[in-house]
Design a protein around this ligand. Structure first.
Ligand SMILES: CC(C)(COP(=O)(O)OP(=O)(O)OC[C@H]1O[C@@H](n2cnc3c(N)ncnc32)[C@H](O)[C@@H]1OP(=O)(O)O)[C@@H](O)C(=O)NCCC(=O)NCCS
Length: 165
């Protein structure tokens, strides 16, 4: 576990570092799929600033003053929180930062969401392992805009009344 890790809502001032961490983190995915135009890599600073304007929840992880990770989630009208852009700086991966970000973005949405949804490359085994460990199950597959096969995963919260069954 990374020492002195803090997780907090992102502000506009974090946009540049989010862009930098996101681009660095997703390069390995781009190499894996031989596609340098994966949406997280093609996203611009202005697009990140637009996301930060709301209504999405955007969290950042800091080790000391350094921004080392980010994640976002948007809750739709049906109560599904769409989690995305989970990214950790390459030299900080494998230390629990991604797991903390995932748990905290779920907690930030929990009052508004009964279900969490996310996707990852169908061949990204380590990502799939991380999500399974956090209670996600593969519910389907679909191609992304560039034709890469994505695994769609969901996690349902148990409703106290059992009314969302
Ligand atoms: C996926 C990612 C956010 C995980 O963050 P992390 O801080 O390395 O994850 P944690 O340390 O909390 O957990 C490690 C687990 O994540 C998974 N993992 C995925 N990519 C990993 C990587 N490059 N290094 C280490 N673990 C990775 C593994 O399942 C690992 O568990 P294991 O011990 O069973 O191998 C991070 O590796 C990353 O930014 N990857 C590139 C971008 C990406 O693919 N994002 C997800 C797209 S849906």
């Amino acid at each position: 576990m990374t020492d002195h890790l803090t997780i907090a809502p992102a502000g506009f001032a974090d946009a540049g570092e989010i862009l930098t961490v996101q681009r660095a983190a997703y390069v390995t995915e781009a190499q894996h799929y031989r596609d340098p135009f994966l949406p997280p890599l093609a996203e611009t600073l202005d697009e990140i600033l637009a996301v930060l304007a709301g209504p999405a929840t955007v969290l950042v992880a800091r080790a000391g003053h350094r921004l080392v990770g980010s994640v976002r989630a948007l809750v739709d009208d049906a109560g599904t929180a769409h989690v995305g852009r989970l990214a950790v700086a390459p030299d900080q991966q494998g230390r629990g930062v991604g797991a903390r970000l995932l748990a905290e973005v779920e907690a930030a949405c929990a009052g508004r969401a009964s279900r969490f949804a996310l996707f990852t490359g169908a061949a990204s085994e380590r990502n799939l392992r991380l999500y399974r460990r956090h209670g996600y199950e593969i519910v389907g597959h679909r191609p992304d805009a560039n034709g890469i096969s994505l695994a769609v995963l969901e996690k349902r919260l148990v409703s106290p009344a059992g009314s969302d069954a």
